[in-house]
Structure formats: C-alpha cells, structure tokens
Ligand binder design. Structure first.
Ligand code: XMP
Length: 319
C-alpha cells in the first residue's frame, strides 16, 4: 500500500543497496525535488552524502540562508555553499536577451558545480532529483522554453567526466508524492509546498540587463508580496506568485520633490499544468496593501502594477 512511510523505508533500503559504502554528491538548489532527495539520502546514508549548493545570487530574499539553516544546521547534512553571485553578475553584464541570459546562467551553473565537485575526493555517485514527469518529458520531444527548463540544471556531462554513477531515488514518483515524502522526512512544510521557481531565478524576473541594484530592489518587493500572501492565507490559493522588476522609470512625487523611480509588476496565477494559466483575482484591498508597503519600504520603487494577462498569450514569467 502506498504511504509516505512505506516509500521512505523502501527507498532507503534501495539506496543503501545501490551505493554501499561509497560517497554521494548532490546538487542542492533549494527546490522541492533536490531538497527531498537530500533529506532522503541523509537518512539513508548519513555522512556519505555531500551536497553542493551553488548560490548564483539570483535567489529570493533569505533563500540561501534558509537552505543552509534547514540542511546544515537543522539536519546536520554536509552542505558546501558556493557564493558565486559576482561571477554570475559579471557574466550577465550587458546581456539583455532572455534566452541568452538563460544560457549564460545555465552554463555557468554547471561550470561552478563541476569545479566544486572536482575538489571532492572519493565520490562515486551523483544524486539527482529526477521525478517521474521528468523521465516522461525527456523521452518525448519538447521544444521551446520547456526544453530550456530541463537543460538548465543539467549536469549531464559530469557522470562521464568524473566517472560517476547516477542515484535517482525519486524517479518513479509524482510531484505530490514527492511532497508527501518531504513532509514525512521532516522538511518544513513551507519548503515542500513552495511555488515553482525557475532555475535562472531572478535572472528572468529582471527584464533586460541584470544588475545587483535591480536584484536587491526586486528581492525586497518580492519578499513583501510573498509575506502578505502567506499572512492572508492566499499563498496556497495561487499556483505561482512573484514580483517582476521593470527597468523603466516613472514619475513620482515624494515630499517636495519629483522622483523617477523604477516599477514593480506583481504576477499571481492559478493553473493546473502551467501550460495555461488564469490571473489570480486577488482582493483589491490586499493588492492595495502590498502596493503601499512596497512603495513605502523599497527605496527606489514608487509604482506597482498588477499583471492581468492570461496565458496564453502571456507566459507566466515575463521573460
Ligand atoms: P512560462 O513563463 O513559460 O513558465 O509560462 C511556465 C513555468 O515554467 C517556469 N519557467 C522556468 N523554469 N527554468 C525553469 O526551471 C526556466 O528557464 C523557466 N522559465 C519558466 C515558470 O516559472 C513557470 O512555472
């Protein structure tokens, strides 16, 4: 009978049998799938597991610290955090094309991960958070953004280069099953039921060129939006919600002066499969509160808009 407890003990037994006394490497992204693999492997093989967390500097507010807190401090998993913000920002300098930005981030991500992996001794396995839908998807032909998505955190060349075997304990599970497993393994509910977050992170939520200044402004606005969604019990009623940074300046009056500040767009959608989506009918009073907080608390933003476009034609992300 399917129960998270059964699946866990079954997976643990299989992992132990597969890896024996060997050491395993896992790329932790903060996302649901790799987090659940991390928790599961830790339970199965303890300190034979080493995780590498590449922080590309395009994560949401507090996200990197939260990963370290949950896995490092709380669970005692060995996690190597690579602070690569500067490298990513330097590589992205001057680039405005969305697909090229994705490629730069994806390529550098793999490069940094491989560098770290190369420093480790005695690793025989690479663990991955592949789930059943990924298996099906890569079997069929997909094009466009969906294809880009799958290739992003793809460290596919590494197993050959380092002579590693793959360990993919979630290969037969669907997303909702993975989530149940995560909760059962003691991961915070908030982490397990998070909205999806794109691999290139804020890199595709800052329109055009990515700079540290823009990323910092976006992080603050996004954190306010998410905090209020949770506070008002609206987070779980939306499928994905986030702020987008628009590098245009609009006029504002503040005190005695005029200012030309940047604009934030809020996006919240409801969807089953992310192929089509409907914009969330968030209450006006709620939107009003969020807009006010952003303008008051984020110095540099003085205009907030709400995106009322459906998909199609508008994709969920703005890039
Ligand atoms: P769109 O914007 O195409 O997004 O409607 C559909 C879903 O895919 C996510 N998305 C990405 N995920 N890398 C990812 O890992 C990407 O480059 C990427 N682009 C979009 C998006 O957040 C939404 O959930």
């Amino acid at each position: 009978r399917w129960s998270p407890g059964n699946i866990i003990s079954d997976s643990i037994a299989r992992v132990r049998e597969q890896v024996g006394r060997d050491n395993v490497l896992l790329g932790l992204s903060g996302g649901v799938d790799s987090s659940v693999v991390g928790a599961l492997l830790h339970r199965a093989i303890g300190d034979q597991l080493t995780c590498v967390f590449v922080d590309h500097g395009l994560l949401r507010e507090g996200e990197g610290d939260q990963v370290m807190e949950t896995f490092g401090k709380h669970m005692g998993v060995r996690v190597i955090r690579v602070n690569a913000e500067e490298r990513f920002l330097t590589a992205l300098k001057g680039e405005t094309d969305p697909e090229r930005k994705r490629k730069i981030i994806g390529r550098l991500f793999v490069e940094v991960f491989e560098e770290e992996a190369g420093k480790l001794q005695g690793i025989r396995f690479l663990a991955q958070g592949t789930i059943y839908p990924d298996v099906i998807e890569s079997a069929g032909a997909r094009t466009g953004k969906a294809h880009v998505i799958k290739s992003h955190h793809n460290v596919g060349g590494l197993p050959e280069k380092m002579n590693l075997k793959l360990c993919e304990p979630l290969r037969e599970l669907f997303k909702d099953e993975v989530r149940k497993l995560g909760v059962e393994l003691g991961l915070p509910r908030e982490m397990v039921y998070r909205h999806p977050f794109p691999g290139p992170g804020l890199g595709v939520r800052i329109l055009g060129e990515v700079t540290k200044q823009y990323a910092d402004l976006l992080r603050k606005a996004d954190a306010i939006f998410l905090e209020e969604l949770r506070k008002h019990d609206l987070y779980d009623r939306t499928s994905q919600a986030f702020a987008v940074f628009l590098p245009v300046r609009s006029v504002a009056v503040m005190g005695d002066g005029r200012r030309y500040d940047y604009v934030i767009a809020l996006r919240a959608v409801e969807t089953i499969d992310f192929m089509t989506a409907r914009w969330s009918r968030l209450p006006y009073e709620f939107l009003d509160l969020v807009a006010r907080r952003i303008c008051n608390e984020v110095n540099g933003i003085s205009r907030v808009t709400y995106d009322i476009s459906g998909k199609p034609p508008a994709t969920i992300e703005w890039e």
